[in-house]
Design a protein around this ligand. Structure first.
Ligand code: FES
Length: 174
């Protein structure tokens, strides 16, 4: 081989290099799109799709004594098949009278931590940042920006049912 042969092959090599670069960029774009579309769909679908509101049984009427506040659990309105125990939500259910119930979301309105009912103090307490709520769910102290969210409750024959909805966390859904 001499220098003339090398000079003849130079444009051919340049074309091949250009083609391979374009092919590589195209394949990179396709694989990024293939991986990115499902991720973007998972991120934005909750903003587009409305969570259905369903009535879920949380116990029998005679399970709850008048004047008591009990933690109840129920399945989310829109659970994924793979979600296991994370498909459960919780609420604090109070029996105010024989036929009157109030259900408070078990999630703090600050950042969503689970709150607990302190029966002796008649307060809901949040362990995360010291949020405190009065018996009626209004804010008593700490950073929570608003009262506890209440779920609609109904007595259906002998069952107590709570109407589910998306977990109400102020800083995400407000
Ligand atoms: S999450 Fe309850 S006070 Fe911050």
């Amino acid at each position: 081989m001499n220098n003339d042969d090398d000079l003849k092959k130079e444009p051919e090599n340049e074309q091949r290099r250009s083609f391979l670069i374009k092919l590589s960029l195209g394949l990179s774009f396709l694989s990024a799109a293939g991986a990115g579309v499902p991720v973007l769909a998972a991120i934005f679908s909750p903003l587009i799709e409305k969570t259905p509101k369903l009535w879920r049984k949380v116990g029998d009427l005679n399970t709850f004594k008048v004047g008591t506040t009990n933690l109840v659990t129920f399945e989310n309105a829109d659970p994924e098949k793979w979600s296991g125990v994370t498909s459960k939500s919780a609420a604090w259910l109070r029996r105010d009278a024989a036929d009157k119930f109030t259900a408070f979301s078990a999630n703090c309105t600050h950042l969503g931590c689970p709150i607990r009912w302190e029966a002796d103090a008649h307060l809901f307490m949040c362990p995360c940042h010291g949020g405190v709520y009065y018996k009626d769910g209004s804010v008593a102290a700490g950073p929570p920006p608003k009262s506890l969210v209440q779920y609609p409750v109904r007595v259906n024959k002998n069952a107590i049912e709570i109407q589910t909805s998306a977990i109400p966390i102020t800083n995400i859904s407000a």
